[in-house]
Design a protein around this ligand. Structure first.
Ligand SMILES: Cc1ncc(COP(=O)(O)O)c(C=O)c1O
Length: 399
């Protein structure tokens, strides 16, 4: 069918306190609620520009849409009985990376793999090390399980502080290393990543290192390379990837983990049966066969990202170096204040990211048209009150 295109508890002093962990653990829930509130602030009759969740604004290509639509007659089948079936997706990923099926675990989105990694590799005595701010999924699960969490603040350039994470990793169960890092969008080069892994393994060989490459396809920094070869060569290291970002398939819920077979076993045990649907399987296989679509999406994002960075810079706002489809921007005021003001003008941006919620916001990159409108709204919101008449005129001009 065709469709038209539309030093953990080993006598060390830990860098976390109970109160801090409790507050941080609730953050994801509060953030989600905050986002709902922001959405409801979009005035009636205004179609909101949703640049809040780091989604690909254009979605998947025609090959993927055709694959999804073509699977409706097989909605009655389990994914092991469909054509193609889930093993075919594993085989397609294996072919892409020239690896074996037992190096791969599929996830219902990569978040399933992140959650299961915390379940598999942390405990009340072997905690989690993560960045702050970084993606909240792993600390959210560790908090619910009552496992210790060391949250290491990013450095002055908003990059994950790898030296401090290495120091905290001794005796840890799991290190979550998000590269590029959500929400700061910064990346570490491949040599630095290799050194990071080597040093943790020298000091703490039992510690598992999860390298989350959700935004891999958006990176333009030439020093960056995927850590997949490193994971395949190194015990206790694995990489997660997702189809939710550059592939434009967040609603399909497909992700995967890659590592040595023995590292993958605990994740395989915790995996939900048939966690990727018949539609997700077909869509992901089609997406892997359409590299041109990903290359075009990277090129598009790079262009719109540069436009948005420039517009925000001209409005006096500095951003961290972005290697993703989002920017972490100093707006010099509480994120909530800025977010609510933008929502009133139809633009929905990201949630709070402590410890920078008093100064920084995360803005995802939409289409060029969306970002032209959104940056006009940002200018209005950032503008001193005395020029509000002009601001209202600019706002009206795009509705
Ligand atoms: C760093 C990072 N990892 C994983 C995910 C989750 O992706 P998925 O949709 O595959 O569960 C996200 C989503 O925003 C993310 O930012």
């Amino acid at each position: 069918m065709s469709v038209s295109r539309r030093g953990f508890l080993q006598g060390r002093v830990l860098p976390f306190s109970g109160a801090f962990i409790a507050a941080r653990g609730m953050e994801a829930d509060q953030a989600a609620q905050g986002q709902e509130r922001a959405r409801s602030l979009v005035p009636p009759g205004v179609t909101g520009i949703r640049i809040s969740s780091n989604e690909n604004p254009l979605g998947p290509g025609k090959a993927v849409l055709d694959a999804i639509l073509g699977k409706f007659p097989e909605a009655n089948r389990y994914p092991f009985n469909s054509t193609p079936n889930e093993s075919a997706l594993t085989a397609a990923i294996a072919a892409k990376f020239k690896i074996k099926a037992d190096n791969i675990v599929l996830g219902g989105g990569s978040q399933e793999l992140l959650k299961n990694a915390v379940r598999a590799f942390t405990s009340p005595t072997r905690g989690l090390v993560t960045g702050s701010p970084s993606f909240e999924n792993c600390p959210g699960v560790a908090k619910k399980l009552g496992h210790p969490i060391a949250e290491i603040k990013v450095d002055s350039a908003f990059r994950l502080d790898l030296a401090a994470m290495i120091a905290a990793a001794r005796g840890a169960g799991l290190v979550f290393f998000n590269n590029p890092n959500n929400p700061t969008a910064t990346v570490h080069g491949s040599k630095t990543v290799t050194d990071f892994v080597t040093r943790i393994r020298q000091a703490s060989p039992e510690t598992v290192i999860l390298i989350d490459e959700a935004y891999h396809d958006y990176v333009t920094d030439p020093s960056y390379q995927s850590a997949v070869p490193l994971a395949l060569a190194t015990p206790n290291v694995f990489v997660t990837r997702t189809f939710s970002k550059a592939y434009g398939m967040a609603g399909m819920r497909v992700g995967y983990a890659i590592g040595r077979a023995e590292t993958m076993k605990p994740l395989e045990k915790l995996k939900m049966p048939y966690n990727v649907s018949v539609f997700g399987v077909a869509a992901a296989i089609a997406a892997l066969g359409d590299q041109k679509h990903i290359d075009a999406e990277r090129e598009r994002n790079t262009r719109v990202r540069a436009f948005t960075l420039k517009a925000l810079g001209e409005a006096g706002c500095k951003s961290a170096d972005s290697q993703g489809n989002f920017l972490f921007v100093d707006v010099g005021r509480p994120a909530k204040e800025f977010r609510d003001a933008c929502a009133k003008q139809g633009v929905v941006i990201g949630r709070d990211f402590p410890p920078f919620e008093k100064t920084h916001v995360r803005i995802s990159i939409g289409t060029m048209e969306e970002m032209e409108k959104a940056t006009a709204v940002f200018r209005n919101v950032l503008r001193p009150i005395s020029t509000s008449t002009g601001a209202q005129m600019e706002e009206r001009s795009w509705r």
